[in-house]
Design a protein. Sequence first.
Length: 137
Amino acid sequence: MFSMKNFFVCLLLFCTILPVSVLAAQSQTIEIKEGGFTLLGQGASQMGTAAGLNSSASLPQIVANVIKFVLALLGMVMMVIVVYAGFLWMTAGGADEKVLTAKKYLKNGLIGLVLIFTAYAISDFAISNISNIVNQN
């Protein structure tokens, strides 16, 4: 039997794997020649560059990319919680306990989203100002 927990675990895995596969599909294709895979390194390099992982990036830019990645991942988790809360509410069937549980999840998920968006705005502002100061010197 397929439970709801398994469904949401599969949904979360799908949401985390899909962006990586899209980036991989956008990178250069691999050609097979006598020497083996000639463009494998170039494709991986282009995929890393598309993901914002340049080796020539400055330290503030690397920190900004890591912070943005973590906040994006947390945002996806909060969105899954909000969708799960909506699903619980819709399938509650009028049961007050389930509706209250869904409301609690929805409230906490929305608070989490607001906190994540606020943290993203503050970190983006701070890092852009720090990188401007570093680049001026």
